[in-house]
Design a protein around this ligand. Structure first.
Ligand code: ATP
Length: 365
């Protein structure tokens, strides 16, 4: 297995920039999710790593070797597509063994490796069944088997679960991560689904319009979003933005929002007056009659263990995740209290997070 190192990777189609100067490292054995909406450049990035697309500029290193201009077949990479092209006239065993057969591996060795792979994927019992008779999930497992039987340096997966229904998807998310824990293959996984990325990946690169907005662990990305885009893309419901106009002084530990002082993590930068947003995750809000941050209940969504209550405030609509044991009437006045250590501040003009102790703590682990 091997490390993948990307340096200033760029891809233009004519004047359109699909991937803008991306740099990141996927460490040996790590699982990276490239996450973002349709058209943000995930597949193009993956195709460049695979050698299926030539970069406009930048470098790709695989296991310490510069492979930027190597052909796909010379990269020792397994690429798993959304639509698995299995051979319908062959059984599962032959499908899995096919890459080895085309490499000229002796028959006995093929048999041994196919069985070892089937054991890893727990599909030993279907090896001699025809592909056409297999259910969707088993076909996915056979396709995965065909990818891992070669023991490539790394795996590139492009929305491999895209065609599965929701229930199956959840099972496969779990299985893929389990498989990764067993074989520790360096993996780059493209998805637009934040739940998949959060559940499977060691690191996530959140992409937007060809740019990596943040690269970090799922925890870092969720708790310390670098931009408003990331804060909004991750989490369901996403982070709330309570907008207000103010300046900021380095060292401040509170902000004045609509005349109300709200405690925040220590601000580490001066900022001239402008539009700011207080970023609050729904689970970091409590209802408190004594709080001066006021609002009126707009609606609620019952989720069993808790509920999401939407509250109209002067700074916008705020969604709070609160215990389900209380009913709220539409229009009911409520006070909102925030967990001050978890709050983020954003400069609305740039969309960037304002440096604060929330972020510096992250750097020290
Ligand atoms: P999706 O999930 O829809 O595939 P994505 O994030 O993977 O989205 P890409 O497929 O990488 O996005 O495409 C990024 C942008 O580059 C898109 O706007 C797409 O239209 C454009 N693009 C991709 N391939 C080409 C091409 N061969 N020629 C011109 N434009 C392209």
């Amino acid at each position: 297995m091997a490390e993948i190192r990307i340096e200033n990777l760029r891809k233009q189609f004519g004047s359109f920039v699909a991937v803008q100067d991306s740099s990141f490292t996927v460490e040996d054995g790590e699982f990276l999710a490239l996450l973002g909406p349709s058209g943000c450049g995930k597949t193009t990035t993956l195709r460049m790593i695979a050698g299926l697309e030539l970069p406009t500029s930048g470098k790709i290193h695989l296991g310490g070797e510069d492979v930027t201009f190597n052909r796909a077949s010379a990269r020792d990479i397994a690429f798993v597509f959304q639509l698995f092209a299995l051979y319908p006239h062959m059984n599962a065993r032959k499908n899995i063994g096919f890459p080895l057969l085309s490499q000229g591996v002796p028959k006995a060795e093929i048999r041994r490796r196919v069985e070892e792979t089937a054991k890893l994927l727990q599909i030993g019992h279907i090896l001699d069944r025809p592909i056409s008779g297999l259910a969707g999930g088993d076909r996915q497992r056979v396709a995965l088997g065909r990818a891992i039987v070669r023991r490539p340096k790394c795996f590139l997966m492009d929305e491999p679960l895209g065609t599965l229904d929701a229930e199956f998807r959840e099972v496969m998310v779990h299985e893929l991560r389990e498989l990764h824990n067993r074989i520790h293959a360096t993996t780059v996984y493209v998805t637009h689904d934040q739940h998949e990325a959060m559940a499977m990946a060691d690191k996530i690169a959140v992409m937007n319009h060809g740019v990596i907005e943040q690269f970090g662990t799922p925890q870092e990305i969720y708790s310390r979003p670098a931009t408003m885009y990331v804060a909004d893309f991750i989490g369901s419901p996403p982070m709330n933005f309570m907008r207000f106009t103010s300046s900021l002084q380095k060292g401040a530990r509170s902000v004045s929002m609509g005349g109300v002082e709200v405690a925040v993590p220590e601000v580490h930068q001066d900022l001239a007056e402008g539009e700011l947003a207080l970023g609050v995750r729904p689970e970091h809000i409590r209802f408190s009659d004594a709080s001066p941050v006021r609002g009126a209940v707009y609606g609620s969504e019952y989720l069993g263990t808790n509920q999401i209550v939407a509250v109209e405030t002067v700074s916008g609509l705020v969604r709070a995740r609160v215990p389900a044991n209380r009913n709220f009437a539409i229009g009911e006045p409520v006070g909102l209290e925030f967990n001050p250590e978890k709050l983020a501040l954003f400069d609305c003009k740039s969309g960037l997070a304002v440096p604060s102790s929330l972020y510096s703590e992250a750097r020290h682990g």
